[in-house]
Design a binder for this molecule. Sequence first.
Ligand code: UD1
Ligand code: CA
Length: 464
Amino acid sequence: MLSNDVYVIIMAAGEGTRMKSQLPKVLHRVCGRPMIDYVLEGASVVSDNLPILVIGHGSDEVVAHIGDRALYVKQEERLGTGHAVKMAAPYIEGKEGYVVILAGDTPLVRGETLKSMVEYTKDGNYSAVALSAKVDDATGYGRIIRTANGDFDRIVEHRDATQAERRINEINASMYCFRIDSLLSSLGSLSSDNAQGEYYLTDVLSILKNRGESIGIYCLDDYTEILGVNTRKQLSDADSIMRNRINEYHMENGVTIIDPQTTYISPTVNIGQDTIIYPGNVLEGNTSIGKSCILYSNNRIYDSTIGDEVTVESSVILESTVGDGTNIGPFAYVRPGSAIGDNVKIGDFVEIKNSQIGAGTKISHLSYVGDATIGQNVNVGGGVIFVNYDGYVKHRTNVGDNAFIGCNVNLIAPVTVDDNTFIAAGSTITEYVPEDALAIARSKQINKEGWVSKRREKKAQEKD
Ligand code: UD1
Ligand code: CA
């Protein structure tokens, strides 16, 4: 399908009052991804042209998020959906072809559906097509009124509808495909003579119809695609519908998801075959999970790449990479900028930040590793701290291959510990440790024989 004769206008200037939020509505997230990103993705399926986004006063945050993925039109006064589209009209004036109109608050529509709607419009030679579906509860939506023989008659908003019209359960999705010339020639005829005193885009369809142009309705079987998000309740409904879709997609691809209701995977995440996901996992951002991994309960993994056959339990991994065969957790915290090699063990209560960890290295218990480069097959004992901050700046620590770092060692950065070294437990290391050396940096032990009983006698005399 030629898609450079299709333009897209996205209406997103509404204040989203019913969300009761400081955040613009279209930046609220569905499955970890801002709502508007789904709509932009849908737009990209039907059109090669940059979408035209109608934004409201003070939507700098929206522009900051979307950047150069759209062209912008500011609608200073929010006078209705018809007015919003009118604001965008200059961008399509003089163009031939079709314009798809979407709303920023309907993230569930599939790109393929929009594509079919455009084809339906072209094949049927319609001047305009409205997307619709039948729902159980149509409250609040515009109703599709059909003629006796089932053709399009008009759309009536809930607030303008009669009791009889309110019983109609086919709703207007607020997504349309128009012939550009038809749309442009009718926008000027809109009036705001209705319950909300707004210019309704829906009236354009009746205007065209009354002129004798043909209007189609593209009615979907799956009503979930057209649900709008106006409230937090609808946001949570949208999240749950999207969550199911994403989880089903992964299960079809050979991923075991034990409880899809409590598994939260963003649409931007890839997962390899035979990976098993326990309840309570949150996988977000640009994350990729390899094959045959086991994600036990309660992990949050964000913007990270995890290799094959990795196990993770009750841990947080952010903006990092993890090699094949590595075990993480329970209760580990891998912070941004970390690269953990193959067959590594990161155990309980271990925090890793901005560090490289070589293959086969074990950091099994209670350690903080910050700004370090650690070689292969290193053993980092319990309670080891990489002391990276001097109160002003962060410094790095280098540890070579096969080093053995005893329990409760402090490595005060900047410092280097070479290959094949041994650091005695409890040492505070401030200086270079050469290859093959044992470093001990702690005071010598003194045993005072008989000290305890002497002290006991002394205390007893003091009491008398
Ligand atoms: C709209 C439709 C309704 C449909 C419903 C589906 C109209 C008149 N009504 O109603 O038939 O069933 O969507 O969800 O079109 N917007 C602007 N500028 C404005 C007004 C709105 O950009 O001046 C944007 C909003 O940000 C939103 C979209 O247009 O993204 C729809 O507006 P909204 O006020 O939510 O319309 P609804 O009452 O939901
Ligand atoms: Ca709406």
